[in-house]
Design a protein around this ligand. Structure first.
Ligand code: C5J
Length: 264
């Protein structure tokens, strides 16, 4: 018997205008990765400022990340947040990292926002505008890369995620380290140009060029507008308070989820 004609389905593949060429992805196998949008990096008196940086330079990133976060939530795309920081007893802090940069306040020292880069402290947490909601995985990482000493790889494998749309701060440090780690693990990475930021605009620009250079040696870059144009419309069953598919990435998912926090 002849096979029955199949109905034309909505294409699953999406295509983003990107550098060095179009980035294709399927929303169901893609996660929005939001790197370290923490008060300690974006607000005064935190880790970023103790290293002598002007933290106001990171503020313009927030609206672009928020627009992508809202879009991902509306279509039920996986969302993963990361936070750089350490255990309260600092047993996971290398001496090299503690003293590096000769900061005015070291990791673990008290600040107006609590102890610098220590888990559970106000400054360590994600800024209000981008606060995780129920079902979104939160990866606590002691290093710059989000794969080092975390279960991110396990969550992505379990969730069937093969592509990452990467946002956050800072472009040349934690974003770059994570994209390099992801690239070596076989993930397709699109880095959002206006959804990432640095205390050094020239490093931001160069870091983005390094990603898309040589035919996309580490991946692709695109603006948040270009990504939004490629995303499908909101799913009729998704709301901003419904757990997203990120929940399925969590080994600790439960029927009454709160933001899922995983650490080293
Ligand atoms: C830094 C980060 N810059 N999240 N961390 O120390 O990029």
């Amino acid at each position: 018997m002849e096979p029955l004609p199949t109905q034309a389905a909505e294409p699953l593949q999406r295509s983003v205008t990107a550098r060095p060429y179009a980035f294709t992805f399927e929303p169901s196998t893609t996660a929005l990765l939001i790197i370290d949008m923490q008060r300690d990096f974006l607000e005064p008196a935190g880790f970023g400022e103790t290293l002598g940086n002007d933290v106001s330079l990171l503020a313009p990133v927030i609206p672009a990340v928020k627009s992508l976060l809202d879009a991902a939530r509306s279509i039920g795309m996986a969302v993963i947040h990361t936070r750089e920081g350490h255990r309260p007893d600092l047993t996971d802090l290398h001496e090299a990292k503690r003293v590096r940069g000769n900061p005015t306040l070291e990791i673990g020292d008290p600040s107006p926002n609590g102890r610098i880069l220590v888990r559970g402290e106000y400054g360590h947490d994600i800024i209000d505008e981008l606060a995780p909601i129920a079902g979104e995985a939160v990866i606590d990482k002691p290093g710059k890369g989000a794969f080092y000493a975390t279960d991110l790889g396990l969550l992505l494998a379990k969730g069937g995620i093969t592509s990452l749309i990467v946002t956050g701060v800072t472009t040349e440090v934690c974003v770059h380290t994570t994209v390099r780690e992801a690239n070596d693990r076989g993930f397709e990475c699109l880095v959002v140009e206006d959804g990432t930021g640095s205390y050094f605009p020239e490093f931001h620009a160069t870091a983005l060029r390094m990603i898309s250079a040589q035919g996309g040696i580490f991946g692709w870059t695109a603006t948040s507008t270009e990504v939004l144009e490629a995303l499908p419309g909101p799913s009729p069953t998704s709301t901003t308070t419904t757990p997203t598919t990120a929940e399925t990435l969590s080994p600790t998912a439960d029927p009454h989820p709160t933001p899922v926090t995983t650490g080293a």
